[in-house]
Ligand binder design. Sequence first.
Ligand SMILES: *[C@@H]1O[C@H](CO)[C@@H](O)[C@H](O)[C@H]1NC(C)=O
Ligand SMILES: *[C@@H]1O[C@H](CO)[C@@H](O)[C@H](O)[C@H]1NC(C)=O
Ligand SMILES: *[C@@H]1O[C@H](CO)[C@@H](O)[C@H](O)[C@H]1NC(C)=O
Ligand SMILES: *[C@@H]1O[C@H](CO)[C@@H](O)[C@H](O)[C@H]1NC(C)=O
Ligand SMILES: *[C@@H]1O[C@H](CO)[C@@H](O)[C@H](O)[C@H]1NC(C)=O
Ligand SMILES: *[C@@H]1O[C@H](CO)[C@@H](O)[C@H](O)[C@H]1NC(C)=O
Ligand SMILES: *[C@@H]1O[C@H](CO)[C@@H](O)[C@H](O)[C@H]1NC(C)=O
Ligand SMILES: *[C@@H]1O[C@H](CO)[C@@H](O)[C@H](O)[C@H]1NC(C)=O
Ligand SMILES: *[C@@H]1O[C@H](CO)[C@@H](O)[C@H](O)[C@H]1NC(C)=O
Ligand SMILES: *[C@@H]1O[C@H](CO)[C@@H](O)[C@H](O)[C@H]1NC(C)=O
Ligand SMILES: CC(=O)N[C@H]1CO[C@H](CO)[C@@H](O)[C@@H]1O
Length: 823
Amino acid sequence: MIMDITSLILALFIVYCFCQCLSSANNTITSGQYITDPHTLISPNSVFKLGFFSPQNSSNRYLGIWYLSDSNVIWVANRNQPLKTSSSGTVQISEDGNLVVLDSNKRVVWSSNVTHNIATNSTAKLLETGNLVLIDDATGESMWESFRHPCHALVPKMKLSITQKTYEKVRITSWRSPSDPSLGYYSATLERPNIPEVFYWINETQPYYRTGPWNGQIFIGSPQMSRGYLYGWNMMNDEDDGTVYLSYNLPSQSYFAVMTLNPQGHPTIEWWRDRKLVWREVLQGNSCDRYGHCGAFGSCNWQSSPICNCLSGYKPKYVEEWNRKNWTSGCVRSEPLQCGEQTNGSEVSKDGFLRLENMKVSDFVQRLDCLEDECRAQCLENCSCVAYAYDNGIGCMVWSGDLIDIQKFSSGGIDLYIRVPPSESELEKHSDKRRHKIILIPVGITIGMVALAGCVCLSRKWTAKSIGKINSQRQGMNEDQKQVKLNDHLPFFSFEELVNATNNFHSANELGKGGFGSVYKGQLKDGHEIAVKRLSKTSGQGLEECMNEVLVISRLQHRNLVRLLGCCIEQEENMLVYEYMPNKSLDVILFDPAKKQDLDWPKRFNIIEGISRGLLYLHRDSRIKIIHRDLKVSNILLDGELNPKISDFGMAKIFGGNDMQANTRRVVGTFGYMPPEYAFQGLVSEKLDVFGFGVLLLEIISGRKISSCFDHDQSLSLLGFAWKLWNEKDIQSLIDPEISNPNNVNDIVRCIHIGLLCSQELAKERPLMATVVSMLNSEIVDLPPPLNPAFIKRQIVSCADSSQQNHITQSINNVTVTGIQGR
Ligand SMILES: *[C@@H]1O[C@H](CO)[C@@H](O)[C@H](O)[C@H]1NC(C)=O
Ligand SMILES: *[C@@H]1O[C@H](CO)[C@@H](O)[C@H](O)[C@H]1NC(C)=O
Ligand SMILES: *[C@@H]1O[C@H](CO)[C@@H](O)[C@H](O)[C@H]1NC(C)=O
Ligand SMILES: *[C@@H]1O[C@H](CO)[C@@H](O)[C@H](O)[C@H]1NC(C)=O
Ligand SMILES: *[C@@H]1O[C@H](CO)[C@@H](O)[C@H](O)[C@H]1NC(C)=O
Ligand SMILES: *[C@@H]1O[C@H](CO)[C@@H](O)[C@H](O)[C@H]1NC(C)=O
Ligand SMILES: *[C@@H]1O[C@H](CO)[C@@H](O)[C@H](O)[C@H]1NC(C)=O
Ligand SMILES: *[C@@H]1O[C@H](CO)[C@@H](O)[C@H](O)[C@H]1NC(C)=O
Ligand SMILES: *[C@@H]1O[C@H](CO)[C@@H](O)[C@H](O)[C@H]1NC(C)=O
Ligand SMILES: *[C@@H]1O[C@H](CO)[C@@H](O)[C@H](O)[C@H]1NC(C)=O
Ligand SMILES: CC(=O)N[C@H]1CO[C@H](CO)[C@@H](O)[C@@H]1O
């Protein structure tokens, strides 16, 4: 018996060992071994798999490597030789030591195709990076790597490269379609090895986009690819054979990122954190981004109309064609340059240069080895030099021949100096005027979709949906909607930068605390004051909130919305960086008996009006409607002039096209500011914000918190109290004594009337924000009588006049209400 147990344990132990050996060896194939569909190799960190997959809507089988699931394929072996039937493919090491894919008839459909230095025995290994390497058993050297033969995707540590002498390049090529991985029409390579930049090609021959030269930190022709996009990009130079490599690294192990070229030729970036997709971005250029859109010596400005203009000193080559907006022939010099002319002894003025700001510089740059001051002189001296520019990271750049693919940005880019004859260069002295003129060119009919389709996503499902929507919305943007243009790419701040700026999140810098973390004041190295919202690590909603906020607010620009400057996602930290508001939030002043005197009636009215305009801006756009969902006094920030700015878009919800109302299961918001249809049924519409605005308005006028107690039995809410006074024709007593005087009492009462209309119980009775703004402006004179407001009775049991915050979680009909009580 004892014997039996021992042998059983022994047997188990052996089996266990055997399994261990097997599983640890499961990322390799050695000579004589093979894997068949549907078996896979798994990388040691178990995030990458090598195996057979079928793309969406296709029954073909391909050998590929994917991250987490085969919807994230990063590499395909037999992309042009699909296996037609399922479960027939085999991967093995062939007799000549190559890694091969065989079909069911044992025919080779794909091979790693190493022909020289081939070993008889070799091993294929799937590494932690997702790289599949073929190793010579005898020498241990790698003979072939999938990272050197990319498909459509660039992943960390994979390299784009170009060799100076041979012009040998590593190319990534898009799939033909989402269901066909075969070689597509679009590709990307590293070009111009002297000052490398990335080119995107149609059919490998026709460039359609270039990033502009790399200056050691960024590609200077891609302002939208600012720090966020370039996070971790790296250019390396192998001095021996003059090969330049571009690759990127991740901030930490918990991240993964893939850049793919989609079948339409748009680069797409996906970011994962802790194996969850957190960010997806499809970069789509405007027509100015198209290589050489304005022809030779033409300059493209997306914000001017027409978008193409000849550089100063040049005129359209064919005027008629140019006027028909056919820019292909470009421009020619209109006045000859002085350069090369014989001087007749007498003094002649020399050519000069005209400075153009924020430019994407021309293609075909040459580098001169000289300092900034000499750069201009060197160019002036050589008659074939038509322009120069200087960048600290690159040095002196000069151009001869045609200037092509020049673009003017609204920000970013560098100064470009173009050579002009003496008569023109006179103008240089007045170039300030000229520059203003350039800026004042009327804004074109469409701003439309700008260079960047920044999109932040929380889950794949959500991603696909919202990207689809936002993209389709962009195509048809018109003049009215130009305010809703995207910001240039939102920058990332490094953790260290924010630590420095906030004095290591010193408590003296803390501006406030919310349910999702704390807000700190900070100062950047350049002196800019910022507010940093550091989402607490414990709050599970941190990242989601953060991404939502980035998604919503980075698209918005309005004087009554707080501006987001950037974010930081690093070292388990999620932080958002805003412009700093010197007067903090409205509640700090409004509910402080000493400070509230600063808020006289005109100031309060200005605040009310500002909030209404900010909300109207959020609601007005018929295609992307944004519902804030968490309006409250502490979310209204005040600038130095006490102008209000709506902040905290963590809970905001975006609506597309026709859905004016939606149901949400997760009801988030703040008690007292939530209308009944939302609190109880989860119904979200713009009337939700109208209700919140009504409550805010009454708080601002009464100087009392929604959570205060208003009568002796403490049963009435602020709304109930106002309603009672309204019916008793005693509404004046609601007015904060600080602002009440006989001259303005009528205006104030009118405002209260509007507040009551906004907070009516029935959503359909509440006015739209557009109407509210008209009412406040007195464009609408006669106000309808209000019906009863919601929540006449107090919802919160204790009278909270303390400045503490209470987190409230309640379940109402399966809906969880999480909120933070107003301060
Ligand atoms: C390892 O591979 C073998 C076949 O080669 C397979 O039977 C086994 O399930 C794999 N083990 C793991 C842990 O995937
Ligand atoms: C292997 O190389 C040969 C010759 O260099 C080429 O004709 C063939 O297409 C290559 N096969 C694959 C699968 O790359
Ligand atoms: C290759 O591997 C086989 C079996 O593993 C072995 O018998 C043979 O000797 C090896 N050949 C060389 C050249 O190492
Ligand atoms: C797959 O087919 C379905 C139905 O025809 C279609 O809606 C979907 O867009 C297709 N997906 C791809 C990637 O082609
Ligand atoms: C690329 O070339 C193919 C074949 O010559 C052609 O059918 C296709 O339209 C071209 N693609 C583009 C985007 O021009
Ligand atoms: C634009 O002009 C070029 C050269 O004159 C011509 O080849 C091309 O067809 C024209 N394009 C259009 C759209 O008219
Ligand atoms: C220079 O002098 C020559 C003859 O002496 C004359 O033909 C030419 O026009 C002059 N050029 C200028 C720029 O004055
Ligand atoms: C002038 O510039 C051209 C083109 O950059 C160059 O080939 C030539 O050598 C230069 N000439 C002198 C004298 O520097
Ligand atoms: C932070 O401050 C330290 C010391 O002042 C400095 O060395 C470092 O470069 C700063 N880092 C950033 C990102 O500003
Ligand atoms: C609550 O949820 C359960 C299960 O999801 C469902 O059966 C029930 O009808 C729901 N109750 C209400 C009041 O919606
Ligand atoms: C009421 C209040 O705090 N007002 C301040 C707003 O900010 C300006 C500029 O920082 C100050 O001068 C005001 O005192």
